[in-house]
Design a protein around this ligand. Structure first.
Ligand code: ADP
Ligand code: MG
Length: 245
């Protein structure tokens, strides 16, 4: 399989008064099409910074990010916004749903910016919510749903326009173990079906059973890389050979 994402000599330095924080310190990484990658590391190791930078949410201090031959680090705000709307889905630990909107409205909102007509938007959103098991919760607001249900809404929102890459920053950080497995089954089953690339930041060991490769970060550097020799796919653990991805 081809490389989808190439990261070269990536650096991010935050200036806090006189202090310089090296959030990312010369990161080099390539990610394949359809790969499921997990970014692991203690708090403050640079996981979110790396994720946000690949997703075009933050600008690097130095280095290159190339996705599908497009130079993300050279794009202006308008180009990056367009790129994100077209190719990227995002799932957050705290769900980040809009509290005044229903599940259906939260999922269909992103499609508004892409000019999808209302009827089609609502149809796509309701189909996706049914897929994540919330067909009977279309008109519930976030406060009327459990944490697991809210994360399902945010998964539906991330997947509704079938993006090439789905980013998730500690998606199961607020959930119990059973719900964590359910959410991971849901995300990976969809990503297998739609042939997507998944990049997940996590603390949870359960998640590493689902991914093809684990990248371990420390102090803004990659210190270890593990290719999994088995992965859970459609609820079953099976043998996996990275080279055959
Ligand atoms: P992680 O997600 O692994 O917990 P982060 O990527 O959020 O770590 O942060 C990496 C380092 O960069 C930390 O030391 C953090 O304090 C610092 N940092 C992150 N964002 C900012 C910011 N906006 N301003 C200043 N420092 C930041
Ligand atoms: Mg983080």
């Amino acid at each position: 399989m081809d490389n989808l994402i190439t990261i070269k000599n990536l650096k991010k330095i935050y200036k806090m008064g006189d202090e310089k924080i090296r959030a990312l310190d010369d990161v080099n990484l390539t990610i394949r099409e359809r790969e499921f990658l997990c970014l692991l590391g203690t708090s403050g190791s640079g996981k979110s910074t790396l994720l946000n930078m690949i997703a075009g949410l933050e600008k690097p201090t130095a280095g290159e990010i190339i996705i599908n031959k497009q130079k993300i680090h050279k794009m202006n705000e308008e180009q990056i916004t367009k790129f994100r709307q077209k190719y990227v889905g995002f799932i957050f630990q705290a769900y980040n749903l809009i509290p005044t909107l229903t599940a259906l409205e939260n999922v269909s909102l992103g499609l508004t910016f892409q000019g999808v007509p209302k009827k089609k938007r609502d149809q796509m959103a309701s189909e996706m919510l049914s897929l994540v098991g919330l067909g009977k919760r279309l008109h519930h607001k976030p406060t009327e749903m459990s944490g697991g249900q809210q994360q399902r809404v945010s998964i539906a929102r991330a997947f509704v326009n079938k993006p090439s890459i789905v980013f998730a920053d500690e998606p199961t950080g607020n959930l119990d173990t059973k719900t964590t497995y359910e959410i991971m089954d849901l995300m990976t089953n969809m990503a297998y079906e739609y042939k997507q690339t998944l990049i997940i930041v996590t603390h949870d060991n359960e998640i590493s059973d689902y991914v093809h490769r684990i990248i371990h970060l420390k102090d803004g550097k990659i210190i270890e890389e593990i290719m999994n020799d088995s992965v859970i796919k459609n609820g079953v653990k099976e043998e996996f050979v990275y080279e055959k991805l």
